[in-house]
Design a protein. Structure first.
Length: 143
């Protein structure tokens, strides 16, 4: 399998980004193509995406999606390294609890509610409703 290339998203990627987010059933809010990095195959097709969302009180890594045919081939790990390693300060993320060990491999650690920035307290506060469906959402930080 060839190695993917990485590039900043551009305006023409917006529809593909939104399609991938919907297909993965991720948070469809605050999607701005300017925040995304795209992983592409040799033909230039997008095979993965991720973003760092800038907020007033923090920066959040998120919206990580890899197309099924490329999953398990290191694309997600490469996107995480590409984006998170470029950050100067603390980077946060919100994910399902079952992904905690995956993100721990990249230096993220669980962050209790009281240690989270206000933006993520609000975001994870809404996630309490997901518990009604057996979904537990956590926050993690790196740096």
């Amino acid at each position: 399998m060839p190695t993917p290339s990485f590039r900043p998203a551009n305006a023409s990627d917006d529809a593909a980004i939104r399609r991938l987010i919907r297909a993965a059933r991720l948070d469809p809010t605050n999607l701005h193509w300017q925040n995304f990095t795209c992983a592409c195959d040799d033909a230039g097709r997008i095979i993965g995406i991720a973003q760092v969302k800038p907020y007033r009180d923090c920066r959040e890594f998120g919206s990580l999606v890899v197309v099924p045919s490329w999953q398990g081939k290191g694309v997600a790990a490469a996107l995480i390294r590409q984006l998170v390693d470029a950050e100067k300060g603390v980077v946060w993320l919100v994910c399902r609890d079952r992904l905690e060990s995956f993100y721990a491999r990249f230096g993220f650690v669980y962050a209790g509610y009281h240690s989270r920035p206000r933006t993520l307290k609000l975001k994870t506060g809404f996630a309490i409703l997901a518990r009604l469906f057996g979904i537990r959402v956590i926050a993690m930080r790196r740096g």
